[in-house]
Design a protein around this ligand. Structure first.
Ligand code: GLY
Length: 373
């Protein structure tokens, strides 16, 4: 049986989210933070890599398009413009995160062809990371490295390929997805964070990790990126092989969640170890997977799976609305969702609000409300 959403509770959470973002932009104009420190956004901490600007501006688009608010629309445009120069950025693999959450909704809302050009340029820039010997888009670490996270960015290349009819772009994006499936997605549907390749021969060396516990462990956010990324790619290509991977990931996800449906930062975390290695949750992984599962529920051709995906997403969002996760009753906390994690080993943004957790939480709530009759 599909679960019935609690519309009032969802609306209240979105209003709280708008309030938190409003306060952030008033306190720190034109600033794109990544994670909080003790619940406060402004910080001098290490970025590791600069990949999250599209999430703050993307929330503004979600607010503007749901409510029709002109002030949010103006803010969304302003913050998106601040990101435009990144369309030429060859240092990161994250251009999908930056442009698909900003210029795509902006273009879809206005039909302004200049915005479409920005998306196409960013897609072409991202495609330059393609390694022709190993058949993958390399991560910001270097040409030898493939990250699972790139599955959420490769849709930008498919988008550019479809808009321009450029078959070479389409091939690059498809080959990247197949290499990711073959090298990072395991038989049980779990994923590795990174794959390492010999850059001369393209030979696969092995699985590795930066943000997960171990090379052979199941980093929760990586699995969420894969599930949602393959689902997005299926949405753009209609290729069954990519839907199959998203469903494999979803199978692992739904059958390995802890009792409260919010994963620990790594499915292999030793829960007897002290924080952050032990029982540290990652609310951001739950928000990403919830948003992805809502889409996957509309894509699968198996009705029983559709119910499981949607219900799991609804329960995860419901749990995130609890004061344990939603910061509404936490005095002085500037983020929306507590108990997110950025980089455990580096000690960055551990047990904090993280900007992508905020974005996907808002996106999932907006999807649920927009799909209600
Ligand atoms: N670097 C992407 C992530 O932290 O998930």
């Amino acid at each position: 049986m599909p679960l019935i959403p609690d519309v009032d509770r969802h609306l209240q959470a979105l209003e709280f989210s708008q309030k938190q973002v409003d306060r952030l932009v008033r306190q720190h104009p034109d600033y794109f933070p990544i994670y909080t420190v003790h619940g406060k956004w402004h910080h001098e901490g290490e970025l590791w890599t600069d990949w999250t600007g599209g999430f703050l501006a993307g929330m503004m688009w979600q607010f503007a398009l749901r409510t029709g608010s002109q002030p949010w629309h103006e803010r969304a445009e302003h913050y998106s413009r601040l990101l435009e120069h990144r369309k030429f950025d060859r240092n990161v693999h994250d251009l999908g995160f930056i442009f698909l959450n900003t210029y795509l909704p902006w273009y879809q809302a206005t039909g302004d062809r200049e915005l479409r050009e920005v998306l196409i340029t960013a897609g072409r820039t991202l495609s330059l990371r393609f390694q022709h010997t190993g058949h993958y888009l390399c991560s910001f670490i270097g040409p030898q490295s493939l990250f699972i996270d790139i599955m959420m960015n490769v849709p930008l290349i498919f988008y550019a390929a479809k808009e321009t009819g450029d078959d070479a772009l389409y091939r690059i994006a498809s080959e990247h997805c197949r290499t990711t499936r073959d090298r990072l997605v395991r038989e049980d549907g779990s994923t590795a964070h990174e794959g390492l390749f010999d850059v001369e021969t393209g030979a696969f060396i092995g699985q590795s990790t930066h943000q997960g516990l171990r090379p052979d462990s199941r980093w929760a956010r990586g699995l969420a990126w894969s599930l949602y990324g393959f689902s997005k790619v299926y949405g753009l290509t209609g290729e069954q092989e990519f839907l199959d991977v998203a469903e494999q990931n979803a199978e692992f996800w739904v059958s390995h969640l802890p009792h409260d449906k919010v994963p620990y930062w790594d499915f292999d975390a030793d829960l007897t170890a002290p924080l952050p290695w032990g029982p540290q949750k990652d609310s951001s992984a739950a928000a990403i997977a919830a948003s992805g599962l809502l889409d996957l529920a509309t894509q699968t051709t198996v009705p029983e799976r559709a119910i499981v995906y949607r219900n799991t997403a609804m329960v995860m969002i419901d749990v995130l609305l609890d004061p344990e996760y939603l910061a509404q009753n936490t005095a002085g906390w500037e983020g929306i969702l507590k108990h997110g994690v950025y980089h455990t080993k580096k000690g960055l943004g551990v047990d904090e609000s993280v900007m992508w957790g905020e974005y996907f939480f808002v996106e999932a709530l907006t999807k649920i409300l927009s799909r209600e009759p």
